[in-house]
Design a protein around this ligand. Structure first.
Ligand SMILES: [Fe+2]
Length: 314
């Protein structure tokens, strides 16, 4: 679906969320006061009607993360539904199944080995709070996960945190101080510290000339017009992942550590404990996420899509 077609589907701003949900025949039930809502009454295998799309879109914008339970989706279903919100990125080669060339939009997230080879990526290590691909010029607006196999002991939850609320909770002096600052994001290292293909290890002694996109530290969501703290990631392995432009390294490190403390408090977070059949879509423009530890002896298999944005963070 093109952006023009998507604009044509934007709900009338005078229509209330309750009316939009009623038109689609769905119930939207918040899962916490801070973030997340479950949408009931949807089967994502069905044709995605304009009314259903408007309801999912509204719930997603209002609650930042949506959950739809008991969905039994083929990869084609998952791709078709995700495309209702924009063009899809292709998964990296290490996240694609050998026989999945017909569905390059699917990323497999799994710890499972077959014949000694991983069937997906992100193995079984815990992942710290981060925003997907904030180290690119135009990061994806949404990521989605469909749970196919989950550890039966309930481990391997995914945490989500509302970055509008984290920004709003900062002391006024700090909020004013960061209002127009910009961050450079390190694209050279992955979350676990590995040097990415095509990059040299960068020491970031000279921030201004190092590679990497520059994004505002406080961004304005292009659809809701609300402002959110946009940190990206804190560390890539043992290396700093972001730097404040126009500051010394010491000043930048100190300010970012201070801001990350507000994330570490997890006051506006929700940890989703997965059930098989869960479908979750989150908004990367106002949400960070993480993965808790899980029992590596248990299988965890998720299929994931990633929806492109059309505008840079601003
Ligand atoms: Fe992620």
């Amino acid at each position: 679906m093109s952006n023009t077609e998507l604009d044509a589907l934007q709900p009338d701003p005078s229509t209330t969320a309750a009316e939009i949900y009623r038109n689609a025949g769905v119930d939207v039930v918040p899962v916490t006061d801070a973030i997340g809502a479950e949408i009931r009454g949807l089967d994502l295998r069905n044709e995605f009607t304009p009314a259903a799309r408007a309801a999912v879109h509204r719930a997603w914008l209002e609650h930042c993360v949506i959950l739809v339970r008991d969905q039994w989706l083929s990869d084609a279903d998952l791709i078709r539904f995700s495309r209702g919100f924009g063009d899809l990125d292709h998964g990296p080669p290490m996240a694609r199944a050998a026989d999945q060339d017909t569905h390059p939009e699917i990323f497999i997230v799994s710890n499972v080995l077959e014949d000694g080879q991983p069937i997906g990526f992100l193995d079984d290590r815990p992942l710290p709070w981060h925003t997907d691909m904030s180290y690119t010029e135009v990061p994806p607006k949404a990521s989605t996960l469909h749970a196919l196999e989950v550890p039966e002991d309930g481990s391997g939850s995914t945490g989500f945190i509302n970055m509008y609320k984290v920004l709003d909770s900062l002391p006024a002096a700090l909020r004013n101080r960061i209002a127009s600052l910009r961050l450079k994001h390190d694209p050279a290292h992955a979350l676990q510290g590995e040097v990415r293909h095509g990059f040299d290890a960068v020491t970031y002694e000279h921030i201004e000339s190092a590679p990497g996109p520059v994004h505002p530290l406080v961004r304005t969501h292009p659809e809701t017009r609300r402002r959110a703290l946009y940190l990206g990631r804190h560390w890539n392995g043992d290396k700093r992942a972001t730097f404040v432009l126009g500051m010394s390294r010491a000043q930048s490190d100190s300010l970012l550590d201070e801001l990350w403390q507000f994330v570490a408090e997890e006051r506006y977070a929700w940890y989703h404990e997965w059930r098989v059949g869960d479908y979750v879509m989150w908004d990367n423009r106002c949400v960070m996420h993480r993965r808790g530890p899980f029992n590596s002896a248990m299988r965890r298999v998720m299929h994931r899509t990633q929806i492109k944005d059309s505008v840079r963070p601003m």
